[in-house]
Ligand binder design. Structure first.
Ligand code: FPP
Length: 238
């Protein structure tokens, strides 16, 4: 495949459409999600191979707990399976895993698997793989505001010390570049509370393909489309 430049430093993906894919194929939703995991494995590998710096995937939002208990259970099972079965390969590939979201609100087994994945890969220097689990963008901002308020109340900082940098340092994505490219599959055109602060200048792409069908070719097309975007950050390019 020809090399696409410039590559986005940070790609974020909302992997939407597993349910519709299952319905279309007349199979159970859980199998739709399972096929979705296959798609995400391929995208992680490719991102690592082509040198994407950071990849953020929306796996489970704070709102997803409202789904049918059997679907939540299936997703929890897939998460546990993923973090148990993929960890060796990801570690070998020098991938550094970070969980975005509230791990403490997760069931115990999953919580331990997430902590283990982060611990085991924390010194890896390759792809920064961020998986958003029990994540909400507004909750992330509230958490950051509370932390800064606590520091101010303790006299450690003054209100005027709070800058975009100190605020972003309180986010789960601390130290990562802003999102350059956000892809949401299935044709839905919403951010759904994902990386609200980090997407301030992101380019958005909404391919209509359902997530389990999202192929490496689709990914390369998205990267190609990104490479042709004219990014102005509020300024003017002559
Ligand atoms: C959206 O499809 C997808 C999700 C809510 C979950 C995404 C999760 C995975 C791909 C698997 C688990 C992740 C890991 C890291 C193992 P939807 O069900 O909302 O689709 P629909 O809109 O067609 O119903």
């Amino acid at each position: 495949m020809t090399e696409v430049t410039p590559l986005p430093r940070h790609v974020a993906i909302i992997m939407d459409g597993n349910g519709r894919w299952a319905k279309k194929n007349k199979i159970k939703i859980a199998l739709g999600h399972r096929t979705g995991v296959e798609a995400l494995r391929a995208i992680i590998r490719e991102s690592s191979d082509i040198g994407i710096e950071a990849l953020s995937l929306y796996a489970f939002s704070t709102e997803n707990w409202k789904r049918d208990p059997s679907e939540v259970e299936a997703l929890m099972g897939l998460l546990l399976e993923f973090f148990t079965s993929e960890i060796d390969e990801l570690d070998e590939k020098n991938v550094c895993i970070r969980i975005l979201g509230d791990k403490d609100g997760m069931p115990q087994k999953q919580r331990l698997a997430l902590i283990n994945a982060e611990e085991r890969t924390k010194n890896n220097t390759g792809l920064k793989l961020n998986i958003a689990i029990n994540y909400g963008g507004r909750a992330e901002l509230v958490r950051a505001a509370r932390s800064l308020a606590a520091k101010a109340a303790a006299g450690k900082i003054k209100p005027e010390d709070i800058t975009e940098k100190t605020l972003s340092d309180e986010l789960y994505t601390r130290g990562l570049p802003d999102v350059d490219l956000l892809i949401r599959t299935s044709g839905e055109m919403r951010l759904s509370n994902f990386l609200l602060y980090q997407c301030a200048y992101a380019e958005f792409l909404f391919p209509t393909v359902l997530w389990p069908d999202f192929s490496l070719e689709d990914y390369h097309q998205a990267l190609e489309a990104f490479a042709h975007r004219d990014r102005r950050y509020g300024g003017r390019n002559s």
